[in-house]
Design a protein around this ligand. Structure first.
Ligand SMILES: [Ca+2]
Ligand SMILES: [Ca+2]
Ligand SMILES: [Ca+2]
Length: 659
């Protein structure tokens, strides 16, 4: 790695990334303080085959300005009676998704929709940032459950591609089937909801294990999308039983490139978690690898049963499955008892977020790992993504003395299977798992957020970069889309480099974790130990220190990313109930070195005209002090240069933008 930063007379690299200072100049200089941020290193996280012993991701100097966007009403989980008392010792608003109505809907420019897992789907008015309850799921569904947290509650929602004309949208919520009484919804508080004729569907349960939760997919039809209230009907499409309170169906998407008449138009893609089945030893462990169950899969269904009448109907009769035409689901011809033809891709643990980048036509799924690896996957129809036999780029073991360890963490290390193959019941021969295109270890965090390829307008420097982050630590990352695509090969160790982003709030570089903690405290949040964030009763916790040596303080910032119809990146937090927006970016200056004769080297960097720059150097990366190169540079255009006579074999440079 060190060679990447080395300027050497003997072996001269032609495209160097060198340690450097980055100065963030706000759009409004009178408003923000000038900030100087030290860029620690740039690390290419590419060639390794085992669990790393140290953090591998570092800030590359790309800085993003973040602003508060909207603050949701404080809400609490229902641990006993409803409505619950506000619990300031836990999450203050479990925001999970922020979406826009389709672009042709009449009010899409005025408002977003946002859900708080605890119970409400809100309309968020952009002009005054007010939250209006659209549907309170807890008051509609008698068996609705948001406790003990995780993904429980009103999980997500998605608008039909024809929403502007048919008013249809889809939701997923969780229920506790052990509750007595009927699960049929009521309209006592949602008066516009016509429940006449609403009938339940039988739960589709996993092939093994007990069921403690049901994730319910519902299709709603609002007969008037010009107001902020619901009036209309709903239809239950699918009820999925889960072994545990974790990893239900997590995300919904439609193909953004399909047009009316295309075979994929109106098909709903569902990211379905394994319900906790895979992460325990025993009969449920193989569930993500089984094609006779919907769990741990990406599913594809056609909600409109009239759309493709030749296609097969679901077992419950509520939707069709693409079984005919030019692009049927991949396993529709398999011979297997209880085959689930809805399966589009399989072998996932908690594929909790799915995004589709139209320009590249790539589907990205972030799969939260168990104890070792977090994954970004590019979805290919029919592929096996390896869980619960693979995690990240390694083999993973569940149960026994190696429980939750990956191959390189066992004693002695377990060699990676060669050739790498899995046996899948129903498929003749062996299956080679498909590997993530980017992955990070739990040296970096605990659970991967949603991710999106940025195509918005506020941060043109970030166009085509895939944004994601870590849920608990609130570290923000990006990978180049081209790197992700180039890594989508049969080489498990060829992964896209991951870069960490700096976050600037009111002109000061801050950790997003600290911004969330401050707002949590500001809103009255308290923890028994004082001043730290909540964290699911001892679940994943950001104890310890960050890669830069600063302690977190416990708990979890619990962030997720959103990219609604305006194409910008918003960051939601369950802990403080805030929505923040990334509003500007400054890409890092790449310092290039061009060798000359007689030991001269010319350093070249992107500059801003009429700004003043100073070059500094040191001979060893371990040196504490930088030495000024005499003669500051005033840029006259977008490229500035400075020539130095190398007197040592190695010299490290950085460029400082002067105030
Ligand atoms: Ca309405
Ligand atoms: Ca995987
Ligand atoms: Ca690869």
């Amino acid at each position: 790695m060190a060679g990447r930063f080395t300027v050497s007379r003997v072996s001269f690299p032609f495209d160097l990334r060198i340690k450097r200072f980055l100065v963030i100049r706000p759009a409004n200089p009178g408003h923000w303080a000038l900030l100087i941020a030290l860029v620690l290193a740039f690390v290419s996280f590419r060639a390794f085959g085992q669990y790393p012993s140290t953090p591998q991701i570092f800030k590359d100097g790309t800085a993003l300005a973040i602003e508060d966007y909207a603050s949701a009403p404080i809400s609490s989980m229902t641990t006993a009676a409803y409505p619950p008392a506000t619990n300031y010792g836990n999450y203050l608003g479990r925001l999970n998704f922020l979406r826009s109505e389709p672009a042709n809907a009449p009010r899409t420019s005025e408002r977003f929709f946002v859900n708080d897992l605890n119970r409400n789907l809100y309309v968020l008015t952009k002009s005054n940032k007010t939250f209006t309850i659209y549907i309170n799921f807890e008051e509609v569904y008698p068996k609705f459950v948001n406790y003990p947290g995780y993904s429980g509650g009103i999980v997500t929602f998605a608008f039909d591609p024809d929403y502007a004309s048919n008013g249809k949208f889809y939701t997923i919520h969780t229920e506790n089937p052990a509750r007595s009484g009927s699960a049929v919804p009521t309209n006592g508080s949602l008066h516009g909801f016509n429940v006449t004729g609403y009938t339940l569907t039988p739960a589709v349960n996993p092939p093994a294990g007990t069921v403690v939760r049901e994730a319910v997919l519902v299709e709603w039809t609002d007969t008037n999308i010009n107001n902020a209230t619901f009036e209309g009907t709903a239809r239950e499409l699918l009820r999925l039983g889960c072994n545990n309170v974790i990893h239900p169906m997590g995300d919904l998407a439609f193909n953004p490139l399909a047009h009316p008449g295309d075979s994929d138009y109106g098909n709903l893609y569902i990211a379905a978690g394994e319900g906790g089945a895979g992460e325990v030893a025993g009969a449920t462990h193989t569930t993500p690898q089984r094609l006779d169950t919907l769990h741990g899969k990406i599913l594809r269904i056609t909600p409109d049963t009239n759309a493709h009448p030749a296609d097969g109907l679901a077992a419950n009769g509520r939707y069709r499955i693409p079984t005919t035409g030019p692009d049927p689901n991949p396993f529709v011809s398999l011979t297997l008892t209880n085959l689930k033809k809805e399966i589009f891709a399989y072998g996932f643990k908690n594929p909790h977020r799915l995004s589709w980048d139209p320009p590249s036509n790539k589907i990205f799924v972030t799969d939260i790992g168990l104890s070792s690896w977090e994954e970004v996957n590019i979805i290919v129809k029919g592929a096996n993504y390896g869980y619960a036999e693979r995690e990240g780029i390694e083999q993973v073991f569940i149960g026994g003395s190696n429980n939750e360890k990956t191959g390189s963490q066992t004693t002695p290390p377990t060699p990676f299977p060669n050739p790498d193959s899995l046996t899948v019941t129903g498929i003749v021969g062996s299956v080679t798992p498909r590997y993530p295109v980017a992955a990070y270890s739990h040296r970096e965090g605990d659970g991967i957020t949603s991710g999106f390829v940025y195509r918005g307008s506020l941060m043109p420097q970030m166009d085509g970069k895939y944004f994601f982050g870590d849920i608990t630590t609130a570290r923000l990352f990006y990978s180049q889309l081209s790197d992700l695509i180039a890594s989508d090969d049969s080489n498990r160790t060829n992964l896209a480099p991951i870069h960490e982003l700096q976050v600037v709030y009111n002109g000061v570089e801050r950790r997003l974790y600290d911004l969330v903690r401050d707002e949590f405290v500001h809103k009255g949040g308290i923890r028994p130990s004082g001043g730290v964030l909540p964290g699911n009763g001892g679940g994943l916790r950001t104890d310890g220190i960050d890669p830069y040596g600063v302690a977190y303080g416990g708990g979890r910032a619990d962030i997720r990313l959103a990219m609604p119809g305006d194409g910008e990146i918003y960051i939601l937090s369950k802990s403080d109930g805030m929505i923040r927006r990334l509003v500007a970016a400054i890409a890092p200056p790449v310092l290039q070195a061009q060798p000359g004769t007689n030991g001269l080297v010319t350093l070249i960097w992107a500059s801003i005209s009429n700004h003043h720059y100073r070059l500094q150097y040191k001979s060893s990366v371990l040196d504490t002090n930088w030495t000024d190169l005499s003669g500051d540079v005033t840029a006259t255009n977008s490229v500035a240069t400075k020539t130095d006579a190398l007197s040592a074999a190695t010299r490290f440079y950085r460029v400082v933008l002067l105030p």
